[in-house]
Design a protein around this ligand. Sequence first.
Ligand SMILES: *Cc1c(COP(=O)(O)O)cnc(C)c1O
Length: 467
Amino acid sequence: MTSPGTARLKALDSDHHLHPFTDFKALSEEGSRIITAASGVYIQDADGQRMLDGMAGLWCVNLGYGRQELVDAASQQMTQLPYYNTFFKTAHPPAIELAAELCRLAPDHINHVFFTGSGSEANDTMLRMVRRFWALKGKPEKQWIISRENGYHGSTVAGMSLGGMAPMHEQGGPCVPGITHIRQPYWFGEGRDMNREEFGKVCADALEARILELGPDNVAAFLAEPVQGAGGAIMPPDSYWPAVKAVLEKYDILLVIDEVICGFGRLGEWFGSQHYDLKPDLMPIAKGLSSGYLPIGGVLVGDRIAETLVQEGGEFYHGFTYSGHPVCAAVALKTLEIMQRENIVERVRDDLGPYLAKRWATLADHPLVGEARSLGLMGALELVADKATGERFDSSLAVGSMCRDTCFDTGLVMRSVGDTMIISPPLVITHDEIDALVSLARAALDETARQLAASFHLTSLTSESCS
Ligand SMILES: *Cc1c(COP(=O)(O)O)cnc(C)c1O
């Protein structure tokens, strides 16, 4: 039952609140689900329903909800010094300590960080740094940044231009010039007519072809997520990254790895690029950096770039009011401390990731599932109309959103990207909670199949192993 208080909130929300990535009209008609509390890996809505948060908020609440230590860190810093900037030759202890700690945790060749307020700002910063670097090196014509279709790098003008989300490009353009996109290494979606590893090489070849088309002397950097997150939890074939690295080395092109999701333990290493042994020149970070408790992001800057910017750069005309915000930095620092004390990264790599992989794979037998994949604590299910051929549902059926809504009703937050269902739970999830997540996912798949069968008189789509 919806209480009068909740009804009032829903009405006000419909009347006044424009939500991110939302069809405003549709939402104002349907009303939103209002989340009021959370603890551990569970969230609760205003109607009292409890849901297992399979998305860790938005890929960020890695330490789970209700961490009093993070609250205390924020509160103490608020009392001590709620704000001061880091412009004009000033600094404060939280930003300094956080910078040092991040560089200690990052790969050896990374020893500097520039703070931002978000992942989008981190990518904007990265873009300016990359072009500035090449200008300082006497190669100002090295301007082009190559990124990938269906990559996600944020929603500011630079972020959406760097990202490869076509629907975003169609709104509010034109995009930032000098950015081009190549095909993504999405085997299930685009490569099933060849074997995975062959397909990985074909996608790396597309990078070399684009570099040659633009002229290697005009290409500044290649930007990618280690595993595409918002695009659908897409793990590239094993052949992909080594081949990409070889191409970039051949033409002296910088590698930027967007660690906003994969950083801070998601793939079982501090940074996703370590899982793939990438040694990037720059790494935008955000989200898990503060476990989502407060907004903070940054760019980790490799020595090659930092040396040039520091020694030869002069003033870099860039920064944000909230770059290195003391309260956000204090919470991020505490987040990193807790992650180390509780061995979270090692646990994801050695225990939770392998356990999720085993349990998640059991969903592959479901009649709606064409592929179940996972790496670390990120997973995806490809929903298909025909399991044998992998044929997709007609997109007008919006089976993915049907499944997502069903998940909500079943008590699980699982996101849909088209007909790909994705999870990215808090890194503190237990084995029992992983079991619960997988059975809730199966129940939601069954219910989705039932709804499909009811509307289209399809049969035999429900799972046999669920009773
Ligand atoms: C979320 C995300 C961003 C943007 O971060 P915001 O904090 O939303 O601006 C950038 N890159 C990746 C890979 C992301 O997942």
